[in-house]
Each structure stands twice: as C-alpha cells, then as structure tokens.
Design a binder for this molecule. Structure first.
Ligand code: URA
Length: 274
C-alpha cells in the first residue's frame, strides 16, 4: 500500500563538492541537516525521540550499517526498524480516497490519514490535503508538505481542470452539456455564475464533468441546479494527473516527472489568466 520514494536523492549531513572549473554553478545546496532533526521533521517524534531512535541502533542503511546523528546518508538508503523512511520533504502523494473517509486531521474518523503513515499529520510541515473531497466522494486526492505548491494548486485565482465521474439519480435530459458550458449557471446562494464546464455524457445516468474551479460541493450543486441528484462521485484527474489503476485506499509518491508536470500545469494556468 505504501508509496515508493521518487528518484531524486536527498542527503542528510551532505556537503556539495566544488563544481568543475568552467562548469555552470549548481543551485545553492540545502544546508546539511542532521539525521535526528530530519527524522523529527518527518514525524518520527521529538528531536529527543529521534536521538533515542538513533542511540537504540534502530536507524540503518539498506546495507545494514547502523547510522549515528552525524553520519551522511541518502534518504532512499535509510531504514528505521528495517522500514523505508516516509517520503522525503517536499513530496507529493497521490491517494485513492475511498468513500466515507474525511479530509481532515481532527474530524470524526475514518480520516484519510488513517490510510497513510501515522507520522503524516505530525510532520513539520504537515503533509496536508490539496483541497478537499467530500466524505461521500472517492478518487484522486493529492497531499503535500510543500506549502507553497499546495497554495498554488488551490489558489482561487486560477484552477487546474479536474475531471469527475458522476452517477445520477435521474436520467439526463440532454440540455445539461450546454447549460454547464454556458458560463451562466448560478449555484444556490452564490452571486457569481460558474465558469464554463465540460460535460461528456456516458449513458443516461452517467457522465464525466470537467470543472476549472473548486466551489463548495460544486459538482453535486451543479446537478442540483439542473434538477438532478448525484448518487456517486469520483475524481479521476487533477490537472495532468490521473487516478489510473491505483486501488481504493492505496497511495503512491509522485515521481519527479509528475511533480514537474503539475508545476508546468500551474504555470500554464497562471499564464492563461493574464
Ligand atoms: N464537487 C463535489 O460536489 N464534491 C466533491 O467532493 C468535489 C467536487
């Protein structure tokens, strides 16, 4: 069920070598971080707890070399009690949220955090959901501890397209695609019309809806506005990312390439706004 680390190396107590003469200057190296500090930031306990983990020889490399606080090691090469470390700082996780789970750290269980390493809510910064899905909605949910990226992905000033598979209580009438595309549909209690959205009808009671904003219960309220009722809702894509074949309740870490595509999509959405 776990995610596998992405390709990039993240080293603790690492120092960069000097660049070869004439070579372009590399980006500034992150300051070396001690193992105990990083374990604590990843949610393995307080700094003291992390120092105790190290002192108890519970932190080692894949090859079995026991690590001490001053040792240098790459993130992907470290094991705690034989288990790989949680995703490195700045990771983005894709969870297939099942129906019934709540996107919160403090609501009534079950919470999406029950499906993830117990350390995620304790991380500093916390591994936080990128926006929300209703408890009754399943599908693609991103989480990240990169607060700036989270902010970019959820900013109301631009929105990446999100696609939902919708099942309805009543048969579609036929005029819904045009009404959703018009950019004039008003949701109850709101003052501004929705942005145009794309509805592809699958059959009488099933459709795929692509929206470009994230208003409260937006998809359910859109169908309520045209006299229907959503009986099941699943998000199948977020910007360039798709849920794919990931089973419900499982999660994975996005690859560097996927994160780059997500950042590109934000950049394009911002540019389109200008
Ligand atoms: N629209 C909804 O109505 N619910 C969700 O969870 C997401 C979009």
């Amino acid at each position: 069920m776990g995610g596998k680390p992405n390709a990039s190396r993240f080293e603790y107590n690492a120092t960069e070598g000097a660049p070869a003469p004439g070579a372009p200057l590399p980006p500034p190296a992150p300051a070396p971080v001690s193992l105990a500090r990083m374990l604590s930031k990843l949610g393995y306990g307080t700094r003291k707890d992390a120092e105790r983990l190290l002192a108890a020889r519970r932190v080692a490399t894949v090859g079995g070399t026991v690590l001490c606080d001053g040792d240098r090691a790459a993130h992907h090469d470290i094991r705690v009690d034989g288990e790989p470390l949680d995703p490195m700082p700045g990771s983005v996780v894709l969870l297939h949220k099942p129906v019934g789970y709540v996107c919160s750290t403090s609501d009534r269980p079950p919470l999406v955090y029950d499906l993830l390493p117990s350390r995620f809510p304790q991380r500093d910064p916390v591994m936080a959901p990128v926006g929300r899905l209703d408890a009754d909605t399943s599908g693609l949910l991103l989480l990240t501890d990169d607060g700036a990226l989270n902010h970019q992905l959820t900013s109301p000033r631009w929105h990446l397209p999100k696609c939902y598979e919708v099942t309805l209580a009543e048969s579609l009438r036929g005029d819904e695609p045009a009404r959703f595309a018009a950019g004039t549909l008003m949701l109850q209690g709101e003052r501004t019309p929705l942005l145009p959205a794309t509805l592809d009808v699958v059959d009488e009671r099933r459709a795929r809806l692509i929206i470009h904003e994230g208003r409260y219960h937006q998809v359910r309220r859109m169908f309520a506005a045209v006299g229907n009722h959503v009986t099941s809702l699943q998000r199948i894509s977020f910007g360039p990312l798709t849920l794919g074949a990931l089973p419900a309740g499982h999660w994975r870490v996005l690859t560097d390439d996927e994160v780059a595509r997500l950042r590109d999509a934000v950049r394009d959405a911002k540019a389109a706004k200008r």
